[in-house]
Write a protein that binds this ligand. Structure first.
Ligand code: NI
Length: 168
């Protein structure tokens, strides 16, 4: 996906408190629309510039159901898999394990904050890829964690809200 990054634009990232981060994002009607393809390219460039491992469209002020998942080994998750970034359009969690695991999360929209969040260890997703094809696939561990964090953004939820719930 998204092999050419030239002409991609770095977008500004919404910070906690922006209304767009609390909204329910809308489904994308046609993934092949040039505006959607451009948005995905720009989200990817913005995520890379910010050194993130995932990003959701509401974080760049677009209330649409699009996420990018891009795990790679990093200081907090040295065993995280290196993967080709995946754009998921209208992603749905169609199954998740009752087995959860705690892990540290941060967010490009919540600067200087890290917290332990419990997430399902395994899940099965249904989404449209960047070519508009319906995909069903299973994910585990750190990748599943990124997906759950990003899908939360589409539903107006920030990880700090889940962390607070866990501490109560
Ligand atoms: Ni986030």
């Amino acid at each position: 996906m998204m092999s050419t990054l030239h002409e991609a634009q770095i977008l500004s990232i919404a910070q906690q408190g922006e209304p767009v981060l609390a909204q329910l994002a809308q489904a994308v009607s046609n993934p092949l629309e040039p505006e959607v393809q451009t948005l995905i390219r720009n989200m990817h460039a913005t995520m890379l510039a910010a050194n993130g491992v995932g990003i959701a469209a509401p974080q760049v002020f677009q209330s649409l159901r699009i996420i990018i998942v891009a795990s790679r080994p990093n200081p907090r998750y040295p065993d995280a898999p290196l993967m080709e970034p995946i754009a998921m359009i209208n992603p749905e969690i169609i199954w998740q394990s009752t087995e959860t695991c705690l892990g540290e999360e941060g967010c490009l929209s919540v600067e200087n904050t890290r917290a332990q969040v419990a997430r399902a260890e395994h899940l099965k997703m249904r989404y449209l890829n960047q070519q508009g094809e319906q995909i069903e696939a299973e994910y585990s561990g750190f990748v599943a964690r990124i997906i759950q964090h990003e899908v939360d953004h589409l539903n107006g939820v920030l990880f700090v809200e889940r962390a607070e719930l866990a501490q109560d």
